[in-house]
Write a protein that binds this ligand. Structure first.
Ligand code: XIL
Length: 333
């Protein structure tokens, strides 16, 4: 390769750079694996370590796809970021009826974390222990775990993760809390309280699912500053920047959404570059990850109709201006 990939540049700075990954294209699409090997020294399973996929029935775990991802990472010298041990989405159907009392719910949560984090204790370097526990107004989100266990479910989850995976970095991860808004304030208070009572918590993840409005970088920097002040490591865990692909319902003659323009791609590049540059100013910034390596398998067009083209590589794995922006920031001294 004439130019180094992002991976080589990040490694030279002692950083992780990566993407979420799915087991199916890893098995089917050789270009996918090739792009991951070139660009990433850290991978997050996109869905395959979530409760539903990995623990489909009360008595049975299905580690097959998570194992395949972890083996791919090990074979190519990549670290793994596990996702996630307590969340309100993508839970198996058996869970709500089974977790029918506080003691029952705590038992199920502990048993699951012991099994999953324990299995990958030597292979998963970072865990999103709790995902998205805070609502937009900064209070705890009403989830199954909050309802059945109470607010100490977070502490229980982090302690169980530390017991099962003593070498992993343990992270709280959320979205929409990049600037200093009410949600970020709530997360800050929550994590401060957890640290005060000695909960094993090492980092905070900012998902960074952004639109073409980007994020106020000054506010983002102030926010990172206060979390770093708690002694926490900083992670960008799921970045994408979705672009409007034509007005809703409007498509090309072939029925496909209208493509991004040079202007929108340039604007997107500035957002990616700005976020990474802001993070690089913090000594405890550990990892920059995008939610997918290339537009080909991005969740965005399915989740946010009329938008797409959200990642640094396009659906043919060609670098976009956003890729160049990341490359430039990582290469800068
Ligand atoms: C998304 C996946 O990308 C999709 O494939 C799935 O259908 C839904 O979940 N925040 C998270 C991720 O923490 O787990 C979500 O991933 C995206 C938002």
């Amino acid at each position: 390769m004439a130019t180094p990939g992002l991976r080589e540049l990040a490694a030279a700075r002692g950083l992780w750079v990566g993407a979420c990954v799915a087991a199916r294209p890893l098995a089917d699409d050789p270009e996918y694996g090739e792009a991951l090997r070139r660009e990433c020294n850290l991978l997050t399973p996109e869905n395959d370590m979530k409760w539903g996929p990995i623990h489909p029935t009360r008595e049975r775990y299905d580690f097959s796809r998570a194992d395949a991802i972890v083996q791919f990472a090990a074979a190519h010298g990549m670290a793994v970021h596990g996702h996630t041990l307590a969340w309100h989405n993508q839970n198996p159907e058996w869970l709500a009826p089974a977790a029918d009392s506080r003691a029952g719910a705590i038992g199920i949560l502990r048993e699951h974390i012991a099994a999953v984090a324990g299995r990958y204790a030597e292979r998963v370097d970072v865990w999103d222990v709790v995902n998205e526990a805070v609502a937009g107004d900064g209070t705890l989100r009403g989830t199954l775990w909050l309802e059945r266990i109470g607010p100490d479910y977070l502490e229980i989850a982090f302690r169980a993760a530390a017991a099962a995976a003593p070498r992993a970095r343990l992270v709280y991860n959320d979205f929409g809390a990049e600037p200093t808004n009410a949600k970020a304030d709530g997360i800050y208070q929550l994590l401060r309280r957890l640290l005060d009572v000695g909960v094993p918590l090492h980092g905070v993840g900012f998902q960074c699912h952004l639109t073409d409005k980007g994020v106020d970088l000054e506010s983002f920097a102030r926010n990172l500053e206060r979390f770093a002040g708690l002694g926490l490591e900083l992670y960008v865990t799921e970045m994408d920047v979705r672009l409007p692909l034509g007005t809703p319902g409007q498509t090309s003659a072939l029925g496909t959404p209208l493509p991004a323009t040079p202007e929108s791609l340039g604007h997107q590049a500035a957002i990616y570059g700005g976020v990474l540059e802001t993070c690089l100013a913090f000594p405890t910034f550990r990892a920059f990850q995008t939610w997918g390596i290339a537009d080909r398998y991005s969740w965005i067009p399915r989740r946010f109709a009329g938008t797409g083209a959200a990642l640094p590589l396009d659906d043919q794995y060609h670098p976009k201006p956003a890729y160049a922006a990341l490359h430039e920031r990582l290469a800068a001294a």
